[in-house]
Every structure is written in structure tokens, then in C-alpha cells.
Design a binder for this molecule. Structure first.
Ligand SMILES: [Fe+2]
Ligand SMILES: [Fe+2]
Length: 190
């Protein structure tokens, strides 16, 4: 799916179906972190109006998703709990090159991969969760996060030739698939 080079293991799906409350709390944090990450790009590149506008729009949408998930947790009596480090994102971020335009291109492409993996999993949840309300929610979220994946890839193409972006996305997605395969399966979004 998208640029992903591996499909999520069915073991993950079975685990999150058995631990849906944990998945929902983790998912709420993922949305909050997606908004924070968009804001941090604005802080880092304040003189790039194109990037600032795109990230502002994205941050709004991710905050809306966070609110959606937070309200759902409240309705269901599930505590949000303390934020914990996302091991998947912690392994992806160091893959980014460190300087100049390359750093920005990589940061955008890593974000595109996180969106793609999330969307891939939302699709699985929309198709397989036993809870009808959640299936409908994940169907909607699948559409938005798929679009976010494309937003980030298109943005990256403003800072490097299209062929370079494509080749780099291919490299990073190969590493993303290795990270997913290496990390233990847990009842969380990634
Ligand atoms: Fe989102
Ligand atoms: Fe997103």
C-alpha cells in the first residue's frame, strides 16, 4: 500500500482487537504528536510560507483527530494515561540526514511514511474491528491519513528533484519495513 514495502502482520490485528482500549489511548497520543510535529516544522522553518501554511492546515486536522479520540476515550471511560515514547518513531527519526535541504526532505518523507503506515493500519481496523462505531471512525480516518501521506511526499518535491525524492522515499521505506519487522508487536498504533 502507498510506498510501504511490507504489510502489517495479522498478529498485530489480533492483538489490538483483544486490547482495543490500549490501542485507542495510544492512537490519541499519535494524533497529538502528529499535530506537535507539524508545529515543530513551523518553528524550524518559519520563513517558508508554503511549508508553514501546509503544516498549519495539517496541525488543525491532527488536533481535530486528537479531540475525536479524546472524546471517545472519555465516553468509554478509558484513561488517556501518561504519554510514552513511540519506539517506531524513535527509530525512524535518526534515519534523517542532518543538514540543509536534505534534512527537510527526509523529515517530510519520514512523516509521509508514518502517515502511510497509520493509514494502512486504519484500513485493517476499518475492515476487521468487531465494534461498528470504531469501524466507521477508522474508515474516515483512513481517507484523511492517506491524503496526508501524499501531502508530505508532494511537499518534499519542492526541495529536491522529483527523481531524488522518489529514490530517497524508496530507501527510507525499505528501512521502515525493517523497523516494523524488528519491533515487537504491541497493542499500539505502531
Ligand atoms: Fe491524524
Ligand atoms: Fe495525519
Amino acid at each position: 500500500m502507498f510506498c510501504l514495502q511490507s504489510a502489517t502482520d495479522s498478529e498485530w490485528l489480533a492483538l489490538v482487537i483483544a486490547n482495543t482500549d490500549k490501542l485507542l489511548a495510544d492512537h490519541a497520543y499519535c494524533e497529538q504528536k502528529a499535530a506537535a510535529s507539524a508545529m515543530s516544522l513551523i518553528n524550524k522553518y518559519p520563513d517558508d510560507p508554503f511549508l508553514v501554511k501546509a503544516m498549519l492546515k495539517l496541525a488543525h486536522e491532527e488536533l481535530e483527530h486528537f479531540e475525536l479520540l479524546y472524546d471517545l476515550l472519555q465516553q468509554r471511560g478509558i484513561p488517556l494515561g501518561a504519554i510514552d515514547k513511540d519506539p517506531y518513531v524513535a527509530e525512524l527519526l535518526p534515519l534523517c540526514r542532518k543538514h540543509g535541504k536534505d534534512a527537510l526532505v527526509d523529515r517530510l518523507l519520514v512523516a509521509s511514511l508514518i502517515e502511510a503506515r497509520s493509514a494502512e493500519r486504519f484500513r485493517l481496523l476499518a475492515d476487521h474491528l468487531p465494534d461498528e462505531e470504531l469501524r466507521a471512525m477508522y474508515k474516515d480516518l483512513f481517507i484523511t491519513e492517506s491524503r496526508h501521506h501524499t501531502v508530505f511526499v508532494n511537499l518534499a518535491a519542492n526541495y529536491a528533484p522529483k527523481e531524488d525524492v522518489k529514490a530517497r522515499l524508496e530507501e527510507l521505506s525499505k528501512q521502515e519495513a525493517e523497523i516494523v519487522a524488528r519491533l515487537p508487536v504491541a497493542p499500539r498504533m505502531h
